[in-house]
Design a protein around this ligand. Sequence first.
Ligand code: FDA
Length: 331
Amino acid sequence: MANLTRDFFIGLSNSRFLNKSAQKWGFRFGAEKFVAGTDIDSVTRTIREMNARGISCTVDNLGEFVSEKSEAASAKQRILQMLDRIHEENLDCHISVKLTQLGLDIDRTFCLQNMEDILARAAEYGIFINIDMEDYTHFHATIEVLKTLLETYQNVGTVIQAFLRNAEAVMDELKDVRLRIVKGAYKESETAAFQSKAEIDRNYVKLVKKRLLGEAYTSIATHDHHIIRELEAFIEENQIPHSRFEFQMLYGFRQEMQYELAKKYHFTTYMPFGNDWFGYYMRRLAERPQNVNLIVKDALYTKDNKLKKEPLLTAALTASLFMLWRRKRKR
Ligand code: FDA
C-alpha cells in the first residue's frame, strides 16, 4: 500500500504538464511549508533566520524538465545571483544544483560549461557547490560531469543514494570527495535499486559508517530518528571528529529535531526556492503521504480557517487527488 501511494505521487512529480502548469498557479496545496521562498530576496530572509539559530543552509533554485538552452541559461544566472548574494551578505550557505536544470538533457558540453561558470564564481567566494543526484537515467552522466569538474575544481561534490545497488562502489571511487548520503527519492527498477525499506535502511547505515571512518567530509541527510540515534552512538564510540561530518534535513521537516541536532553538531537545512515547486513537492508527499492533509486544508481553507469560496477548481482537483489517494490506501 505504501508503495502504491509513493508511486502515485512520484507519477505526478514526473508529469511535465503539471510541472509547467504549477509555475503559473503560484504556491498551492501547502507547498510553502516546504519551499523557503519564491525569489532570492525571500529565501535570503529565511537563510538569515536559520543562520541566527546556528543552522547553515544549502539553497536549491527549483527547476526540472529543462529542454531549452535559454531556460538553462536563466537558471545559471539565478544561481550566479544567489552566489553574489551569499557573498555580499556573508551568509552561512552553499548551493545545491541539479544538472538537468543546467542543460544535461540538451547538450552535455553546454551543461559542463554552465557548471564551470558557477564553480569559478563559487571558488572565488569560497563557496561549495553540491550536485544533487536525480533519477537513475541521469546517474552515469552526472558522475562523469562531476569527475571532469573535479579535474579543475575542489569546491564540488555530489550525492550518494543508498538505495542504488552500486552506491558503495561509487562512494568508494569518490572517497576523497565531499558527499551527501541519502536514501534516494526516485522510483527505480529492481535491477538498479533495493526496493525494501529494510534493505535501503541497512545499506544507508553501512555507507555512512564507512564514510565516517574515512577522511572526507560527509553530509548525513535523513529525517529518520532511528538511524540518527544509531549514528550518533557510532560517532561517540569511534570518537569521530565533528569537523568531518554534518547532519542535513529538508526545510519544513522535523523542525524541533533540526534545532536539537544543531546544538550538538554542524547542521545544514536544504532550502528549495522558486516557483518551479511541483516535482519537488510531490516527491516529498511520496515520502510522507501524511502531508496530503496539508493539500486539502490549504485548498479549502483560508489562513484564518474560513472555508474558501474560490478557487473551486483547485478544491475540486484537490478533493479528487485526496479521494484517489484514499482509494489506493484502502486497497
Ligand atoms: P524516511 O522517509 O525513510 O523515513 C524513515 C522514518 O523516519 C519514518 O518512518 C518516520 O518514523 C521518520 N520520519 C521521517 N520523516 C519524518 C517527519 N517529517 N516527521 C516525523 N517522522 C519522520 N534524494 C535524492 O534522490 N537525491 C538528492 O539529491 C537528495 N537530496 C536530499 C537532501 C537532503 C538534505 C535530504 C534530507 C534528503 C535528500 N533526498 C535526496 C531525499 C532522500 O533521498 C529521501 O527520499 C528522504 O530524505 C526521505 O528519507 P529519510 O531518510 O529522510 O526518511
